[in-house]
Design a protein around this ligand. Sequence first.
Ligand code: GLA
Length: 633
Amino acid sequence: MYKPLLFASALVLGAAPARAQTTDPLAPTGRWTLPERKQAQTPPMGWSSWNAFRTEVDEDKVLGAAQKLVDSGLAKLGYVYVNVDDGWWLKRRTTDGRMQIRTRIFPSAAVRGGDTSFRPFTDRLHAMGLKAGIYSDVGRNACSQAYDLHSPNLPEGTTAEREVGLFGHVDQDIALYFREWGFDYIKVDACGINVYAPGSAVVRDNHYTPMPPLIDQASINRTDVPTVRALYEKVAQALERHNPDGDYIFSLCAWGSADVRSWGNRVGHLWRTSGDITPNWTRMLHNFDSASTRALYAKPGAWNDPDMLFIGHGDFDANHLTEARSHFALWAIINAPLLIGYDLRNAPQSLLDIWGNADVVAVNQDRGGHQGVIAYDSNDVQIIVKTLAGGRKAVALFNRGLAPAKVDLTAAHLKFSDTAPIRLRNLWDKSALAPFKREASFTLAPRETLIFEAQGVRRLTDGVYLSEIPGDINVAADGVTTPEPDPMGHRMIGQWSGTRNGGERPIYAGWGGARADATPYDQALQIAGRGFDTGIGILAGSRLEIRNRTGRTRFEALVGVDDSTRNTKDKVRFRVYGDGRLLAESLPLGFGEAAQPLTADLRGSKLIEIVVARDGNISDLPVVATWAEAALR
Ligand code: GLA
């Protein structure tokens, strides 16, 4: 039954009021307002127990994986986080609330005095040069307690003893996991605030404490976004308190719900953009699509997480290396965390070669931190281009379908000059292709992804387009006033419900968010009939912060209301700030007015802000604005 969500908020936060927006989101701040983070400057890499073992994790399996990371050389490539997922816990001790580990599966955790500790385990991992990750839930109960009811590793005891999640114990648990036990990474799930509704069968049958759901995955309107965010922020604050040197990683696992795709980067180092991946091709597409359009939201210290790798299983097993390589190349080029989910003790060389492809890993780990941007899009084929440090690019040609596909890659996709030679190096077979000008054609096998390093003369010889450097841009305000489900993305047959329901509908909020080289509603950029293949598409009521890392001296763009806007009545103004000072402002511009040049002298400015403000409010509809060919030069 539906319970008013306000009731849920009051329950969760006690007297604390929801955070009110006190400042004008369009006012320049003169600074980068995302937390400056020490960890996850490149996407986290490592191994997790979940896709390999579900809850049937144990110490031998984990240490076996850890040993293999070291022995195979994967650790040297960057796979250093060894993460224990759901299943490790026995109970919460009722005398003092201290969490107890299931020593049957983690024997080294049995320490003197009848207590348990992961310190011997994390010491082992650290001695191997690795890092250790643990798992919890932001509510009282975990996912396995609802979805893995036949697991041998469910928490045991009374109702209170089985409340193993962080809820009501944030400070105590985070101190235990990080200060005492020495973990370096935590993934925090959200089942505890999602599936334990009052009166539900799972609560009744298992005598759990009910929790009015804060998340309704099918309805953003019935999801209490501020409270979900506040709960995760509380964990973030505890992590900071107990790791004053910033030496930790916080992984948010709210499956793309609660509009987390828009705010996750302010709270954690990575945030899931979708529901769980399964070892099915079409589910991989679904998860990929949930993150691939969100390039502007990822950057060093903060990454879109389409979920862990499922290479080695099902459609991605050793008999399906084309699919396995695609999965890997796609995760690499969109800067997804690379967390192996396979029993590495028994990994065939063919799979180790995929995870161990140093060139593809280097694309993912490039220090610029620019997520790949979709340069060509269709349901059949996509071309994704990622800016690498040093002026090079990586490009993935992705055949999503079951038929061979002809793919023409153009200089324009790469934002390279079409009169100078372009050189491609195939990162799978290491071959160098004959240099070409303007375009080259490829035939891709079904489900194949070719991934190349590309070199050429940049179209903008003395500068960089903003859409080439998403890692240097923070979407401080994206102008979305009412979160809506994002209809883009592959909708596979539900793995859990099959075709018994009415079908898979869009559920992840974030529609209308800022886009590189597209409008917020996935149209091509166009102002008064003039099309642009590069730029930033965004709603009015937005502010972007841009790091001027290399001391560029000039901002340039052609600005205007995009032809795709539904609001054709209201005008907007475009503004450029440098270190908080107004440098340039457009006249009010409306639908159908030609793109206007807007330039600013950036000399001395370290932080650029670009703002689109509404000039009028005749209609409630959002105004789509385009920063065409926006560049720092
Ligand atoms: C959720 C998460 C998964 C995994 C399981 C554990 O489904 O999304 O990644 O952690 O819980 O039960």
